[in-house]
Design a protein around this ligand. Structure first.
Ligand SMILES: [Zn+2]
Length: 388
């Protein structure tokens, strides 16, 4: 058997496997072949269009000595999200990046890479990089240290500050058809099509987040609790509704244990070779992620409820084939056939109102209780066991 020689390995192209974005894939492949990567890219495209996968491929292309072989320690760590030179920077404030968080990124970017010869920062919501945080970042983005590059991501270009856009090379991603997104999640996780569809609906369409969801037993459990509450709501009196809200809030923070264990492992894996400054950066960033996880948990629960309500509405208008939550089709069909489309529209509005209140940092308990009472009122006003 002809073993692959070093020449083959040197030709590794991690952009070939990007699904549904031939233009982006071709562009980055050429940049790699000609060794002219930009120091800052802006990836623009809807959720689920492959921006995350492409940023991962770019990290492999730049950090792996063979250009993204997929097999070496660098590539494996990048794929697992544990490479100490690949930083995924999520907004840690309420609807924005914190200035302190961006200052940490700037400070950290001046340190030498830890394991590779290059380091990369992926700003996942460039549209939320504004005001002081954006201003602090401009100079670094324009002239990053030689061994550092940035990827900014956003759903649209217009939502990103022009001063940031002008400092980046923009790549536009097209909307990925549902079937391709489902296929991608199935291939990456080994999940069934049904589970992949549920995961995508639960996380709002991002294939990366769908894969994370499928790997988390406590997040899957959290989804079931939210659906179970929706199924019971029609038979609930006011005391039951309050119990339902408490039950939902109890499971919101359930994945914290999993996250803490993962972070602990990440720190242990890195502490032998990380500098004190880099370790400090990692710890601070992990702490902030733990703090924002309650809000993310609530957001995910609301997405589950939205998806359940949309399924009921789909049944009402005779489009059962659009149902996402097939695993609970019996109740969805029952509720969908009992009520009018208007009821579901109003219930969805109650969920939107709750989402807006969470974004404004209203007490979660109050938000969930109000939402459940509102939904019960618009869905079951005539059939509740007490007056609503
Ligand atoms: Zn590699």
């Amino acid at each position: 058997m002809a073993a692959s020689n070093s020449k083959d390995v040197a030709r590794a192209n991690p952009f070939e496997s990007i699904v549904g974005q031939s233009q982006v894939s071709r562009f980055l492949s050429e940049a790699q072949a000609e060794n002219r990567f930009s120091h800052a890219y802006l990836f623009v495209g809807p959720v689920g269009s492959g921006k995350t996968e492409t940023a991962t491929a770019l990290a492999k292309a730049r950090l792996c000595p063979s250009g993204g072989c997929g097999e070496c320690d660098h590539c494996r760590r990048i794929a697992r999200g544990t490479h100490p030179d690949v930083h995924w920077v999520e907004p840690e404030g309420i609807g924005s990046y914190l200035t302190e968080q961006i200052r940490d990124v700037i400070r950290d970017s001046t340190l030498a890479p830890i394991r590779a010869n290059h380091k990369i920062y992926i700003i996942t919501r460039a549209d939320l990089l504004r005001d002081q945080a954006a201003n602090a970042f401009l100079k670094t983005l324009e002239e990053p240290p030689a061994d550092t590059s940035f990827v900014l991501m956003s759903r649209t270009r217009d939502s990103v500050l022009p001063t940031l856009v002008s400092r980046c090379q923009t790549l536009v991603f097209r909307r990925l058809p549902d079937s391709e997104a489902i296929g991608l999640v199935c291939r990456q996780t080994g999940a069934s099509e049904q589970d992949a569809r549920i995961a995508l609906a639960t996380v709002g369409g991002s294939t990366k987040k769908a894969c994370e969801f499928l790997a988390s037993p406590s997040r899957k459990q959290r989804r079931l609790v939210a659906i179970n509450v929706m199924e019971r709501l029609g038979q609930s009196d006011s005391a039951d509704v309050l119990d339902c809200a408490s039950e939902m809030l109890q499971v919101v923070d359930a994945p914290l244990g999993e996250m803490k264990a993962k972070f602990e492992k990440e720190r242990k894996n890195n502490e032998d070779f990380m500098t004190k400054g880099a370790l400090n950066y990692l710890e601070k960033s992990q702490d902030r992620m733990l703090k924002s996880s309650t809000r993310e948990g609530l957001t995910e629960m609301l997405a589950v409820i939205r998806s359940w309500l949309r399924d009921c509405a789909a049944v009402r208008i005779g489009c059962e084939n659009l149902m996402v939550n097939d695993d609970c089709h019996y109740t969805i069909e029952k509720v969908g056939n009992q009520l009018e489309l208007e009821n579901f529209t109003l219930a969805l509005r109650a969920v939107d109102k709750a989402a807006a209140r969470i974004a404004r940092n209203v007490t979660p308990q109050l938000v969930i209780e109000t939402m459940l009472f509102d939904i019960r009122k618009v869905l079951y006003a005539g059939s509740c066991t007490d007056k609503v």
